[in-house]
Design a protein around this ligand. Structure first.
Ligand code: LLP
Length: 436
């Protein structure tokens, strides 16, 4: 996070607090979020897009009641994609009109919950869903605001599992073959749905802004088709162009993501030019960053348990450093070959650095937190390691594998810390058993 540092004794500090103090207070493994860092990324994102922007924080990256309150007080909107995320947002008193709901397979109950809660809009993803939402809104005597998710056919240069706008995947309506246009006709024909925007999301952890630019051009091309078929007056109700999330962050020092201001300036310019040409008022440009806000704001603190040198072919050895968490709190390394920066956190060592692999405590050899890194040769059991930029998609994708309790999550703010989510206990597991 911004403002991380070291104490005079050499311990890493986050938000002005030494990591060893946090570990003593809350135990390990521990997620620590720097509130100032999180909030400043919200504010930067908002400032970059200016009055044309509507920034929705993608809550799938990480959500808790307190995080929802940070997002709300920074003036952002919120994306949810399940009834669970919606429930947390509402419990945090997040204003319903600033919530949007996504998902390729929202259940009837989830759609109805969204309607009942009067959230801002729902992003529809299939013909079945348009029919379903039309019926549910009709039954409630409501008109639901919707965005249509289109698949612009852009190949984002990212991991296959997190790239979403090429044609052969499950999300959205293809631009090709007039599929998206059919969806627009369907929504226009409904008395219970009001089309207020078009949506595209090309993937995640993206470093090149040209993918976003291309997606914007293609979505604007669809808008031009709408003008051609329905006329300017009717098309004016499409007042939001949502270009999704996906802006990449730096996990390791060599990675250099593009500044959000560059992306924003370019998108605003493209949308301004094209909407003018079509004789339409300037639409709002929505974006849905998750990782770019939450990722750098969070770190994971682990305690080293054992260290083992394993003989490889030839004379080489590999040092395995086992920590007290692993794939249950960070599945990203094994799932996406993700890379992370890891540091000794409780002291400074001037010892020589050796190549290490940081692994977890789970019962499989794929349980790797950091595949290759340099750590001091005098690293000892009991030392603390801090893994950076784990604020997005780590806790939210965590599991109870091996009945490892989910880690605690603390927040730091100007030299003070507090617990946001307590560590899970065996009692929590037992609470699900029907016959305890
Ligand atoms: N909007 C939509 C419709 C999305 O599907 C996503 C992410 C976002 C926004 C937020 O994207 P972001 O700004 O965070 O890149 N578990 C993967 C990431 C999956 C992202 C899924 N959708 C990971 O750990 O890298």
């Amino acid at each position: 996070p911004r403002g991380a540092g070291r104490t005079d004794d050499g311990a890493v500090t986050i938000g002005g607090i030494a990591v060893d103090e946090l570990a003593d207070t809350y135990g390990t493994p521990l997620f620590v979020y720097d509130e100032n860092d999180f909030r400043s990324r919200c504010a930067d994102m908002q400032a970059a897009f200016g009055p044309h922007g509507r920034v929705h924080y993608a809550s799938k990256a990480f959500l808790s009641l307190e995080v929802a309150r940070w997002v709300q007080s920074e003036g952002l909107s919120l994306d949810v994609c399940t009834g669970g995320e919606l429930a947390i947002a509402l419990r945090a008193d997040f204003p319903a009109e600033r919530i949007a709901m996504h998902g390729n397979n929202k259940s009837e109950a989830e759609l109805d919950y969204a309607l009942e809660s009067r959230i801002g809009h729902i992003v529809v993803d299939s013909m079945f869903e348009i029919e379903r939402l039309d019926r549910l809104a009709g039954a409630r005597g409501m008109v639901a605001d919707v965005l249509i998710r289109v698949t612009p056919g852009v190949e984002a240069h990212t991991h296959e599992f997190i790239s979403t706008a090429h044609e052969d995947q499950k999300f959205g309506f293809a631009l090709a073959g007039g599929i998206a246009m059919n969806a627009i006709r369907e929504v226009f024909a409904s008395d219970n749905l009001r089309l207020v925007g078009l949506h595209s999301h090309i993937g995640s952890q993206i470093f090149e802004i040209d993918g976003f630019e291309l997606a914007a051009h293609r979505v604007l091309g669809l808008l031009a088709d709408v003008v051609a078929e329905f006329g300017v007056e009717k098309t004016k109700q499409i007042e939001v162009l949502d270009l999704g999330g996906g802006l990449g962050i730096s996990y390791i020092p060599s990675e250099d993501p593009p500044p959000v201001a560059d992306l924003a300036a370019s998108l605003v310019e493209i949308v301004r030019r094209e909407s003018e040409r079509l004789g339409l008022p300037m639409p709002s440009i929505a974006v849905e960053p998750g990782r770019a806000i939450a990722g750098p704001a969070g770190v994971t603190v682990y305690r080293v348990g054992t260290i083992k040198d394993v003989q490889l072919d030839g004379a080489a050895t590999r040092r395995y450093v086992s920590v007290d968490g692993g794939m249950s709190d960070n599945i990203r390394t094994v799932l996406y070959d993700a890379e992370y920066d890891v540091r000794l956190a409780n002291r400074v060592s001037n010892a020589q650095a050796v190549v290490c692999r940081v692994v977890g405590k789970h019962c499989e050899s794929g349980d790797i937190v950091v595949r290759d890194c340099w750590l001091p040769v005098d690293l000892m059991p009991g030392d603390l390691l801090v893994v950076g930029a784990t604020g997005a998609y780590c806790y939210s994708m965590s599991s109870r594998y091996n009945m490892a309790p989910r880690a605690a999550v603390a927040a730091v703010h100007d030299g003070a810390s507090r617990l946001m989510l307590r560590r899970e206990t065996v009692e929590d597991f037992l609470s699900l058993e029907v016959q305890p």
